[in-house]
Design a protein around this ligand. Structure first.
Ligand code: P6P
Length: 339
């Protein structure tokens, strides 16, 4: 009977968020409308990604994005779908997309109180080989609706009020936090609804996996080098950690969130600020990790305390299980002490 009840008592993402928002008497459903726009974009991308191989959507669109990378058609499509869905929701004022060099100021007629920073299709270089890719987003409140500016889009991560990602893999999984923990939803394609499948995700306090591109080892700084050495040759008699690196942030983070461990994209001699973008990669994933009981560290400070100065600014990032991050923080602290 209980199983039947669960099966018929569908906790969709919309119902879940409405429940959450009902805790705030002043909320008028704006956030739910905004989230539905993001969910619509993810449903579209999920469908397009699953058909990419067949629909010949793969392949270069011939254009290049601000990162100088050749854009694949799915990048272009995904970005357009999210921008249009967010603007038509009437709940946003400024959008920042990984695919667009400048901030997008929403026309006055459609302005609302939220700012959305997003990477419409992160890891897109993996599209052709079928590796999981994803959409990453973060949401801020505009500081002054009457006077919207670029500053609204470059707030520190500790001002973020919600963040999440949607992973397009063997199934389509939407992971979200609105500040009260982390919850995961899986798309039921027959219903076209995201159903709650991973309530109250908590990252294990300590993990057995480290995730980093070892190909950059030649260029790492000393604390990162020492930490990875400890993972491979533990001095305390514990077994070595396993290395898992997919090369698609959403997939690496999703595994870290569920299984524990540490994900690292450190600074190195080649990229002194690391590779990952603060606004729509580092902040949303750091927000989720903290909400799930983990930590996020840049090598110098708590990641969410960064204040971005450029829209597409990068930062080194170490995030994951609480105890694992403590270890890397100690190594950076002692290396600073040695200077
Ligand atoms: P590397 C994908 O291009 C991406 O932006 C992230 O999704 C991923 O974590 C990272 O870059 C992989 O970078 O240098 O290890 O290939």
């Amino acid at each position: 009977h209980q199983a039947d009840t669960n099966r018929t008592d569908l906790m969709t993402i919309t119902r879940f968020v409405l429940n959450e928002q009902s805790k705030y008497p002043e909320s008028r459903g704006d956030f739910t409308i905004l989230l539905n726009a993001i969910v619509l974009g993810c449903k579209f991308v999920c469908s397009a990604v699953s058909k990419a191989g067949l629909a010949k959507l793969i392949g270069l669109a011939g254009e290049t994005n601000v990162q100088g990378e050749e854009q694949k058609k799915l990048d272009v499509l995904s970005n357009e779908v999210f921008v249009k869905a967010l603007i038509s929701s009437g709940r946003t004022s400024v959008l920042v997309s990984e695919e667009v060099g400048e901030a997008i100021f929403v026309p006055q007629s459609h302005r609302g109180k939220y700012i959305v920073v997003f990477d419409p299709l992160d890891g897109s270089s993996n599209i052709d080989c079928g590796v999981s890719i994803g959409t990453i987003f973060g949401i801020y409140m505009v500081k002054n609706e009457a006077k919207v500016s670029l500053e609204d889009a470059m707030q520190p991560g500790n001002q973020m009020l919600a963040a999440g990602y949607c992973m397009y893999g063997s199934s389509c999984t939407f992971v979200l936090s609105t500040g009260n923990g982390v919850n995961g939803f899986t798309l039921d394609p027959s219903l076209g609804e995201f159903i709650l499948t991973h309530p109250n995700i908590k990252i294990p306090r300590k993990g057995k996996i480290y995730s980093v591109n070892e190909g950059n080892a030649k260029n790492w700084d000393e604390p990162t080098t020492k930490y990875v050495q400890k993972c491979k040759f533990p001095q305390d008699g514990s077994p070595p950690k396993s290395l898992r690196y997919i090369g698609s942030m959403v997939a690496d983070i999703h595994r870290t969130l569920l299984y524990g461990g540490i994900f690292m994209y450190p600074a190195d001699i080649k990229s002194p600020h690391g590779k990952l973008r603060i606004l729509y990669e580092v902040f949303p994933m750091s927000y989720l990790m903290e909400q799930a009981g983990g930590q996020a560290f840049t090598g110098k400070q708590r990641a969410l305390d960064l204040v971005p100065r450029e829209l597409h600014e990068r930062s080194p990032i170490f995030l994951g299980s609480y105890d694992d991050i403590e270890q890397i923080k100690e190594l950076y602290a002692s290396s600073k002490a040695d200077c």
